[in-house]
Write a protein that binds this ligand. Structure first.
Ligand code: MG
Ligand code: MG
Length: 254
């Protein structure tokens, strides 16, 4: 599928979809406490999405049974929500997709559960910072490789494992559109970024090595060395200036 440039109407629908994803994150965050199950978090997100006349993008996608991906500790991405109970000191990546008016918003965030150790806190900080370094490069006139290069240089300079088998993607009517947006690469290479492109940037960073392993459930991806991993993602709109973050966290309007 070719790279799509969104028109004004499509961009407005992308904003709406992104807004709903931001809202769902804001609503689920306070529920991320020791003792909660990932299914309970899934229910909260499903309800927010449905209350806003949107559809949970992941549900049913290639047979996926969750409305969110819930990936705990050494799980990198694509964890399936279920009976697992969160414990004090865990970290959990919640990945949310919402489809509104035919367009998709996609954003993941890794949250602490109760009190986390210093190494986990630092992992979250480094991964979040790397996301914003990538977004800074997502400007019309730059090239795709500028994004991955900024992320990779920062993450690896601090000694963390940069996951290379998975990455970001164009997003619009489909969740995975062209181009693939790697979290590594050479500056000045790759396709030219143009106004009206919408892409998801999503670094996945491990405390240890960068190797991954997929579990037998066919979905959950973990670190091969079982060290913890974090994942932060925003859907952004490329403009002539700074990228517009479409999935910003928003508080519920009461
Ligand atoms: Mg996502
Ligand atoms: Mg994504």
């Amino acid at each position: 599928m070719a790279i799509t440039i969104k028109n004004d109407r499509e961009i407005e629908l992308m904003r709406q979809a992104g807004h709903i994803v931001g809202l769902a994150h804001a609503r689920v965050q306070p529920a991320i406490v020791p003792g909660v199950t990932t299914k309970e978090l899934d229910d909260i997100v499903r309800d927010v999405i449905e209350e806003n006349d949107a559809v949970a993008t992941f549900f049913g996608h290639l047979g996926f049974t969750g409305h969110i991906c819930a990936s705990i500790n050494e799980e990198i991405v694509h964890g399936i929500p279920g009976k697992k109970t969160l414990r004090d000191g865990d970290i959990i990546s919640i990945d949310i997709g919402a489809t509104y008016g035919g367009f998709i918003g996609d954003s993941a965030w890794t949250y602490p559960v109760g009190t986390i150790d210093e190494a986990s806190r630092r992992l979250l900080d480094v991964t979040e910072t790397s996301l914003y370094l990538g977004i800074e490069q997502a400007v019309a006139g730059n090239r795709l490789g500028d994004i991955g290069n900024a992320i990779e240089r920062y993450v690896t300079s601090l000694g963390y494992g940069m996951v290379r088998e998975y990455g970001g993607h164009g997003v619009g009517r489909q969740m995975w559109e062209e181009p693939h947006v790697p979290n590594h690469g050479r500056a000045g290479t790759g396709i030219l970024l143009r106004e009206g492109m919408t892409i998801a940037i999503e670094p996945m960073v491990n405390i240890g090595g960068d190797e991954t392993h997929q579990l037998e459930d066919g979905w959950t991806v973990i670190t091969r060395d079982r060290t913890r991993s974090a994942h932060f993602e925003h859907t952004v709109l490329i403009t002539s200036g700074p990228a517009e973050i479409l999935t910003k966290r928003v508080a519920a309007v009461v």
